[in-house]
Design a protein. Structure first.
Length: 220
């Protein structure tokens, strides 16, 4: 039986063509590269962008008037804090008074500034006979104690100290130097709620020794 071989045409190798400028794949690749470059540039610029924000030069206590002289300006990087909660230095300074303690070097919170009518605190000056702790500084919290003067006579028990108030904010500490200082060497001005004024003013007028005891962690 005869067989015949059919000669098939040899396959022709496909020739690769260089893509033209109008090739959709090339255009899509260029667009992706450009978008990546722009996105990276935006991320770098955003990470380096800063906003000026106010910080306190020294401790601010309730009742202090908010003034530029009490503040310094620092640049805060975007994304590190919620700037809506703090006073920005590129905006007009808020008119008002401090209603809560702002520590030295702290960013000034917008919530720490309010109206003087919101405060129910009154400054009272306390003259100390004993040197207070170094932690008794402006902005610290202290407890106020009275040790009554014991009556004279034999077999008299020592007077027990009495706690007058707790967590009072120190507004100012003044040290009196020199031979002409009267009534002790240190005066501590504390902010007293109005309801506690009768007790504290009465204790200051009584015979005895007043001490201010700092609350740990609130002083310097």
């Amino acid at each position: 039986m005869d067989t015949s071989v059919i000669d098939l045409p040899a396959p022709v190798a496909a020739r690769l063509r260089r893509p033209g400028w109008r090739d959709p794949r090339l255009l899509a690749g260029i667009a992706m590269v450009a978008a990546s470059v722009l996105l990276g540039s935006w991320v770098v610029r955003t990470a380096q962008a800063t906003v000026p924000v106010y910080v306190s030069r020294a401790a601010l206590v309730p009742g202090d008037r908010l003034e530029a002289s009490r503040l310094a300006v620092v640049d805060v990087r975007l994304g590190t804090v919620n700037l809506r909660h703090y006073l920005r230095a590129d905006e007009p300074l808020t008119d008002g008074v401090v209603v809560r303690v702002v520590g030295r070097g702290e960013l000034v919170p917008a919530s720490a500034i309010g109206d003087a009518g919101e405060l129910d605190l009154r400054p009272v000056s306390v003259t100390l006979e004993r040197t207070p702790s170094q932690d008794v500084t402006a902005g610290a919290q202290v407890d106020l104690w009275l040790t009554p003067t014991p009556p004279t006579g034999e077999d008299v028990a020592p007077a027990r100290p009495q706690q007058l108030a707790t967590n009072l904010v120190v507004a100012e500490v003044t040290t009196q130097d020199g031979a002409f200082s009267v009534g002790g060497g240190t005066q501590v001005q504390v902010l007293v709620p109005s309801a506690q004024l009768p007790v504290i003013l009465g204790a200051l007028a009584a015979d005895g020794t007043i001490d201010v005891v700092p609350v740990p962690g609130t002083g310097r």
